[in-house]
Design a protein around this ligand. Structure first.
Ligand SMILES: C[S@@+](CC[C@H](N)C(=O)[O-])C[C@H]1O[C@@H](n2cnc3c(N)ncnc32)[C@H](O)[C@@H]1O
Length: 254
């Protein structure tokens, strides 16, 4: 099911094209390659500095980008993808809180295990000929390798210059004792809440899945690298997950 609470017209209408003119000033950054990503603070900054006009959040959960960066919506087409039940809960909560849903903020309900991301994004109006930025954070661990592969293959069909930033959980052999213990506890908790971990991978397996789907790995960050880049100097003790690694990948030049 594709929801568009913002009332964009149906398939084949103007929704299938990007807005002709930005309603907000286009950010003044040159399009940059992944090598310069180091200069940016978060994947969202990467999205903005890259000048993408389509942003797809896969497994969006309660992600609040649409409201934190309301200034970008309209200029940027934002599509939130999630499992039907999760998305229905979020839409109900949005309505309950009276949060605005702006034109250009769209919702596509897709179960990565059962449905086609390509079809869901078609219904939501993604322009496959244009580059898009995808984020897929905290989700692959809940999916089978087949669903991860199918989703990556859909992403690789998007316009040249598209990028995805995704996280995965490393398998035990790549963790120290403390991290292994932590993952064991987390796994028990999420299983009890009805969403058991399904896939943890070696870094080589993660890269192979990405390459097999036709994408190129641009960056692959360990928890230590994430800590150095994003958490240095924090005084509240917050640290990245000991098991989660981040990969930035892009579509191959065609
Ligand atoms: C831990 S939350 C992460 C949410 C968000 N990406 C973040 O980083 O805060 C996991 C998300 O994955 C989604 N998810 C899990 N299995 C899924 C599936 N089979 N198809 C689509 N989404 C799924 C859940 O609905 C949930 O929104």
């Amino acid at each position: 099911m594709t929801r568009s609470p913002s009332g964009w017209p149906g398939r084949g209408g103007p929704r299938s094209r990007l807005p002709a003119k930005p309603r907000f000033p286009r950010p003044r950054f040159a399009r940059t390659g992944p090598a310069s990503w180091r200069a940016h603070a978060t994947p969202e900054d990467r999205l903005i500095s890259g000048g993408y006009r389509q942003y797809v959040i896969l497994g969006a959960g309660l992600d609040s980008f649409a409201w934190r960066r309301a200034d970008l919506i309209g200029w940027l087409r934002l599509i939130e993808v999630d499992r039907p039940a999760s998305q229905a809960r979020k839409l109900a909560r949005i309505a309950e809180l009276g949060l605005p849903v702006r034109d250009g903020h769209l919702f596509a309900a897709v179960d990565f295990e059962a449905g086609s991301l390509r079809d869901g994004l078609d219904r939501a109006g993604l322009d496959w000929s244009e580059p898009a930025f995808f984020s897929w954070l905290g989700v692959t661990v809940y999916l089978t390798a087949e669903a991860i592969d199918a989703t990556l293959r859909s992403v690789s069909g998007c316009g040249p210059g598209s990028e995805i930033v995704l996280s995965y959980d490393a398998s035990d052999a790549f963790l120290d004792d403390a991290a292994r213990e932590m993952v064991k506890i987390e796994a028990r908790l999420v299983a009890a809440s009805g969403e058991p971990y399904a896939t943890r991978m070696s870094p080589a397996q993660a890269e192979a899945l990405i390459a097999g789907a036709g994408l190129e790995v641009a960056e692959h960050l360990t928890p230590q690298a994430l800590d150095d880049r994003y958490f240095a100097g924090r005084s509240d003790g917050l640290r990245p997950s000991a098991a989660e690694r981040l990969i930035a990948a892009r579509t191959r030049r065609r």
